[in-house]
Structure formats: C-alpha cells, structure tokens
Design a binder for this molecule. Sequence first.
Ligand code: AMP
Length: 217
Amino acid sequence: MIRTILLGPPGAGKGTQAARIIEKYHIPHISTGDIFRENIKQGTELGKKAQEYMSRGELVPDDLVIEIACDRLLKDDCKEGFILDGFPRTVYQAEKLDEFLSENGQKLDCVINLEVGEDILMKRLTGRRVCKKCGASFHVVNMPPKVDGICDVCGAELIQRADDNEETARNRIDVYNAQTKPLVDYYKKAGVIADIDGAQGLEPTFAAIVAALEKEV
Ligand code: AMP
C-alpha cells in the first residue's frame, strides 16, 4: 500500500517517474493536468473552464481542482493506494486533501519532492513531445523517439503540449515558485517529505524514489 504525492516544478519528471512507479507498484496514477487535458479534448464544461487558465500557464481555481481530485480518489481503485501527480499545487489544496484523507481514514506515506534547477527545467519543457493518443512523453534531445515525430509505444503522432512554449513554460515555473513551492515546507513540517535530485537522469532518480517509498511501505 502506497499513498504518495509527486511534488516538483513543471519539467521535473513527475509524469515520467509516475509511469515507472505504476509499472512497479500497480497503483492508480492521478494527474489533474491529464484530467483537464482529457476534458479539453472532449469539449466538456470543465475543459472549457480549465483551458483559459492552462493556456496562460496559470493555476485552475482551487475549488474546481479539489472537486475533481477528491471525486477521483473516492473511486474503488484508490483503496489500495495512489500516486498524485500535479495535485495538490497550493497550500489550500493540500489542507483540503488532508481533510479528505482523514475523513476517509487514510494518510500519506510519503511526498516525493523532485528537485531540478530552472535552466534544466526550461530545456526539458520546450523540448518535450507527447503522444497525441497514449500520452507517452519524449524529448527531442534527451529521449528522442526511434522514428522522428512518432510514438515508440503506440505509433501515433507526437505533438508539443500547448503550454510547453517558452513563454508559458516560464510562467508555469514562476507560478510553481510562488504558489506550489510552499508545499515543500508544509510537508516537511508533517515529516513526510523525501527530497530527491531529479536532475540525475531517469534511472538513478527512479532508484532514489523507490528507496524512499520502500522505507515507508
Ligand atoms: P500538469 O500537466 O500537471 O503540468 O498541469 C497542466 C496545467 O493544468 C497546469 O499548468 C494548471 O493550469 C492545470 N493544473 C493541473 N493541476 C492543477 C492543480 N492541482 N491546481 C491548479 N491547476 C492545475
């Protein structure tokens, strides 16, 4: 049983590491960003509301996010644990998550804090390419697909996320520093944080995450 949060700036590798963690531990991966992107694709009301914030690199209002995250956490597959990626992103969201967990008799085992310098983050974000169909993530320099522009996993087209252009990426990092970074202290005080160097490459980072998670399991 693992209940964990992946915390870290955009481009720290949360999505990539989450994919590895679910492969190993078979727990659901809950990405609020993915939920919003899916809603945008399907043209739902939630998608329309979220899109205006996302396209500027700003945070979607707390109330909207908390509702979709808690609804997802109530599903049966989360009874055996979960990995939260991109939620919470504000202290208010973290407080609401704490309330939700205690009402449901649950607690967090560990918060993984992925640390990566800003120059690396910008290069990772602007070079990122994602699969239109399955969401697998690549990088034009660090992790190129076998065939240019084509997903290794499912063969669909690779695209650049709308918010991975230079200006929006910069804003997302600034928003992280202002609104999400305070969560590092929040979870440090709760005694559940594991600081991990996310600049050391995919495999060593994954090994460090596993070591932190296994301490708690
Ligand atoms: P991500 O895929 O996690 O990088 O999220 C992409 C975008 O979705 C963010 O830049 C926000 O606009 C929005 N978003 C995702 N999760 C949250 C959250 N927990 N709080 C507010 N906005 C969010």
